[in-house]
Design a protein around this ligand. Structure first.
Ligand SMILES: [Cu+2]
Length: 769
């Protein structure tokens, strides 16, 4: 052993001096002299603001810091190993430095912005670099029914999410703050030149150990160690993984990036122009304005394969129509199951009211949300006996996931003693509900687009596509904290029960302790906490309310032969059409050809039976056609079911609606100002008899508004006064936009015929609407 190797006998100070000396000697012998800095460069550096330089340095630093981290995570995830990460958007190390280290507070915002930017760039580059792997992982994750945003999912490559049981955000905040403080203090200590225990060479290891220590100890709880970096990549995750009412993001198909889409709001009599550009990657689309008459405007009804071809990707279509009704409704895609993915939004037409109110709110759109895509859910509905399970009920895109405890309740604030007009819309794909607000009666003033003689109720049955305008008086005192539950309750009944609503709706998220709470009505100045109110003691069925329209219709005897026009709807188990037992509304399930809309074939005298087209040429504009629809039974032993039936282009009068089949030989019709609307319930094993005025020549769809049933084939088209249609809509020039759209749609199909993700007529699996 030589003296030279006896370094443990040296004092720390001596070791450091020795090392410094060695480094100096190395530099003086080996290192090339730096080039002199030019005056030009010095001037430039002098003129450049210091804060910008610091931010650039911080952003670059964070980029190099974040990028390897998320890249490693991406490699882990896409290979399906599952490390645990969790976190929320949190306190930054920068803040800890400001707290503990005298880092100037003035600079904190600059640094945090720079960090967010650096991490954002890193996130984006990562998504590009691993695009193929991440896309494959995302597709698999969605097809496994797991979505994209969850711990271990594609979005958590970029940032972390609290685990399903981590609801105490205050606790998570405390952990995060502790972890950041710990790491911050270690970094400060390691860099402190007065610290005799750490050499410059060992500082990175010490800091790394501190990180390792915290990750080891707390990663399974939830940490991100630095809000700013987490936020940068979180923005990338939001851009990529989009809409998420309950923290479970998926790629949705929405209007203008919003869910629901932007409101269309105008006054009675206005003309509306809507330019639709389709930017959905693999689908066509159309927009149908539910419930609007489209009087002389059948060409703008937005029903693909009937009034136009789907709008191809990149193509645009302009809808133009006059508002001849008032009230509220919605617009939605009529392309396949697309509106279930979010392609819809509210419509409000301001006009008179049959009740008085002080203020109104935007429509409340009740939708059911599927983590799996609506297209996949449709396929599931065709093969499984029970409808696919929805994950969440949303009101205007806001919802609480009762299973995961994520998301939030819809909120509406009332001022005490004021009267409010609420506009309720069922925009779901398979969800029938009963709307109620604890302790508050509803004064109903409009049904669909029909103003009515007001009536009072404590609960309203709302089928898909139906709307109610209700006035609510904020004059209750029962709640101790000034808050009341809003409920959309589904009926869980027996098929044979006369109050039966639909199949027992066990395909919905589990109820809370007492039925479906989805929103909170708060009086201004309300206390904290959830409402403690109880639901109205109501026995709910699935029946439409009986009401009197304000503007009266008296229905005259039918122009058509009613005896020949009784229809029996349901699933025809004896025939298997298009590879599955399908719902139907006439003799066979409807099956449309996107490329060949009815309106572009008005010279036809015969039609393919797939189009289920019923020509009616009765031409008394004040006269009626009666339509009998029975649920189940009939000649081919069809199964029943409750269905919201919707007719395009008309309001219809309800002449009879109830239990059992309708006997056209001994009819009892309600013809004196009967309830009138555009969507009515066909009761299970019951009947619905409707009558519409033959005053609007065109090709109009009549269909069940349950998305799965319409896609299955439960629809028909009424070809009203075929010979007059062209003239009625303004001559053949009115069809030019549809012709151009079809050309672009066919070109789109031809161009992508080998792409398995793009619709191909050879693989069509639904009716098209
Ligand atoms: Cu149906």
């Amino acid at each position: 052993m030589t003296t030279r190797d006896h370094i443990e006998r040296l004092e720390t100070q001596e070791l450091e001096l020795g090392a410094t000396d060695a480094v100096r000697r190395h530099i003086s012998r080996k290192v090339v002299e730096p080039r002199a800095v030019s005056q030009q460069k010095l001037d430039f550096e002098h003129a450049r603001p210091r804060w910008l330089r610091e931010m650039m340095a911080e952003a670059t630093g964070v980029f190099f810091y974040v990028y390897p981290g998320i890249a490693a995570t991406a490699a882990f995830f896409t290979n399906e190993t599952e490390p645990q990460f969790g976190s929320l958007f949190m306190i930054a190390i920068t803040l800890c430095f400001a707290f503990w280290q005298g880092f100037p507070w003035k600079k904190v915002p600059y640094y945090i912005f720079a960090q967010i930017f650096g991490a954002f760039v890193a996130g984006f580059i990562l998504m590009g670099q691993y695009h193929e792997q991440i896309t494959a992982f995302t597709a698999k994750s969605i097809s496994d029914g797991k979505g994209t945003v969850y711990n271990g999912g594609p979005a958590s490559i970029l940032c972390s999410f609290p685990g399903p049981t981590q609801n105490n955000l205050g606790y998570l905040l405390m952990i995060e703050f502790f972890v950041d403080s710990f790491i911050g203090i270690v970094i400060w200590a390691a860099l402190d030149p007065a610290n005799p225990f750490i050499t410059p060479a060992s500082a990175p290891f010490v800091i790394g150990l501190a990180y390792g220590n915290m990750v080891w100890g707390f990663a399974n709880i939830t940490i991100s160690t630095n809000l700013a970096r987490d936020l940068g990549t979180r923005i990338v995750a939001a851009i990529w993984y989009g809409v998420s009412p309950d923290g479970f993001a998926k790629v949705a198909q929405v209007v203008n990036g919003q869910f629901p889409g932007p409101i269309i709001e105008a006054c009675w009599g206005d003309t509306i122009v809507v330019n639709v550009k389709n930017v959905i990657k693999n689908n066509g689309t159309t927009v149908h304005f539910h419930g609007l008459r489209m009087y002389k405007e059948n060409n703008f009804d937005g029903t693909n394969a009937i009034t136009q071809c789907p709008i191809a990707r990149g193509d645009t279509f302009t809808y133009k129509f006059q508002l001849r009704q008032y009230g509220h409704s919605w617009y939605h895609s009529h392309y396949s199951s697309q509106y279930g993915e979010g392609t819809f939004g509210p419509v409000v037409v301001h006009g008179p009211s049959t009740g008085n109110w002080d203020e109104e709110f935007d429509p409340i759109m009740v939708h059911e949300w599927h983590h799996a895509s609506a297209y996949d859910a449709f396929r599931e509905s065709m093969t499984s006996p029970a409808p696919p399970k929805a994950d969440l009920i949303t009101l205007n895109g806001i919802g609480r996931n009762n299973e995961l405890g994520t998301g939030s309740f819809f909120q509406q604030t009332f001022e005490k003693n004021k009267k409010y007009l609420l506009r309720i819309t069922n925009s779901a794909i398979d969800f029938h509900f009963h709307f109620s607000i604890d302790n508050h009666l509803l004064q109903v003033v409009s049904v669909d687009y029909v103003p009515i003689k007001p009536f009072w109720t404590n609960s309203l049955s709302v089928g898909i596509g139906q709307r109610y305008g209700v006035i609510v008086h904020a004059n209750q005192t029962a709640s101790t904290n000034g808050k009341y539950w809003i409920r959309t309750e589904y009926f869980d009944g027996n098929v044979q029960d006369s109050t039966f609503c639909q199949f027992p709706q066990q395909n919905y998220p589990p109820n809370q302790t007492d039925t479906q709470r989805v929103g909170i009505l708060s009086y201004s100045g309300a206390g904290s906490g959830d409402p403690e109110t109880s639901r109205w003691p109501v026995k709910v069925g699935c029946k439409d309310p009986v009401f009197e329209p304000h503007y009266k219709w008296n229905v005259t005897p039918p122009q058509n032969d009613v005896l020949k026009n009784a229809r029996y709807v349901g699933i025809d188990r004896s025939k298997e059409a298009h590879g599955a037992f399908r719902w139907l509304l006439a003799d066979q399930p409807q099956w449309l050809n996107y490329s060949n809309p009815t309106l572009l074939n008005l010279g036809n005298t015969t039609w393919t039976s797939d189009y289920v087209l019923e020509p009616y040429s009765y031409n008394d504009p004040e006269g009626f056609v009666y339509f009998i629809i029975n649920s189940g039974g009939g000649p081919s032993n069809l199964v029943g079911g409750t269905h919201p039936m919707h007719l395009h282009g008309h309001d219809f009068a309800i002449l009879s609606q109830g239990e059992g089949p309708f006997d056209p030989a001994n009819p009892v019709y309600n013809t004196v100002n009967p309830p009138r609307r555009d969507t009515a319930m066909l009761p299970a094993m019951g009947h619905l008899v409707l009558a519409y005025k033959t005053d609007n020549p065109g090709a109009w769809l009549l269909h069940c508004h349950i998305g799965w049933h319409a896609g299955s084939g439960m629809s028909l088209q009424i070809l009203e006064r075929q010979k007059e249609i062209t003239k009625w809509v303004g001559g053949s020039a009115a069809f030019e936009p549809a012709k151009r759209g079809c050309k672009n749609w066919n070109a789109f199909l031809a161009k992508h015929k080998n792409d398995p993700n793009v619709f191909n007529p050879a693989n069509q699996d639904d009716s098209g609407i």
